[in-house]
Design a protein around this ligand. Structure first.
Ligand SMILES: [Zn+2]
Length: 182
C-alpha cells in the first residue's frame, strides 16, 4: 500500500527530501506532550527510501520500560531493537528517533544532540544520516523539529505541509503524490 504523504521536509544543504505519511503524523500528533506535567513520549521512526527520497511511514513507541520524565525520554533499548527487527521483516528501514517536548517550537536539548551523535557513531546500520524528530505541541508543521545526524555533520530540515485544522477533504490534495514502488 502506498503511504499518503502529509508533510515534506527540505533543506538547502541537501537535495534529498524527507516525507512523512499522514498516518505517521496522526500517530505522533496524538502523542504530543500537552502539559509540562506529562512525561515525554518517544520511539523509533521507520520507512523506505526510493526515487522520491526518504519516506517515513511508521513510528513505534513509547514502550512500557522506557525512561520517561517531563524533560527526558529514552527508549527501552531491548524493545527498540525488537521493533527494528520486526519492521525490517516488513521491508521498513530504521530511519531514526522521535520524542516529544512540551514546547510550541521544539528545540533539541544538549542531551538530545549528544544521544543522536552517540547513536550514529555506534550504529552498524547503513544509513548516512539518522533522523531526529521532535514533536512540539502547538501547530503542525511548525511544531515538528527535524534534524538529521551523520558521523561528521548534521542537517536541519524545514517542514512544509498540513495544519492540524485542515479537513480530510483538503488532505486529499496530498494523496495525489505518486511515490512509485512504495
Ligand atoms: Zn528532547
Amino acid at each position: 500500500m502506498r503511504p499518503t504523504i502529509g508533510m515534506t521536509a527540505y533543506s538547502d544543504k541537501c537535495s534529498d527530501t524527507i516525507s512523512f505519511s499522514l498516518e505517521l503524523i496522526d500517530y505522533l500528533w496524538g502523542r504530543r506532550q500537552q502539559t509540562s506535567r506529562d512525561p515525554e513520549s518517544g520511539g523509533q521512526l521507520f520507512g523506505i527510501i526510493n526515487n522520491y527520497g526518504i519516506i517515513v511511514t511508521t513510528a513505534s513507541g513509547p514502550y512500557s520500560n522506557d525512561m520517561r520524565s517531563s524533560t527526558r525520554y529514552q527508549s527501552d533499548p531491548l524493545q527498540a531493537q525488537k521493533e527494528i527487527e520486526q519492521q525490517a521483516k516488513r521491508g521498513q528501514l530504521y530511519l531514526g528517533e522521535w520524542h516529544t517536548h512540551c514546547q510550541n517550537l521544539p528545540n533539541p536539548s544538549h542531551y538530545d544532540i549528544t544521544a543522536m551523535k552517540a547513536l550514529v557513531a555506534s550504529s552498524s546500520l547503513n544509513l548516512r544520516h539518522a533522523i531526529l524528530l521532535i514533536v512540539g505541541n502547538n501547530h503542525i508543521p511548525n511544531s515538528f523539529y527535524i534534524e538529521s545526524f551523520g558521523k561528521t555533520d548534521s542537517i536541519k530540515w524545514n517542514m512544509i505541509g498540513l495544519s492540524q485544522n485542515e479537513t480530510s477533504a483538503k488532505r486529499k490534495n496530498f494523496t495525489a503524490e505518486e511515490i512509485g514502488n512504495a
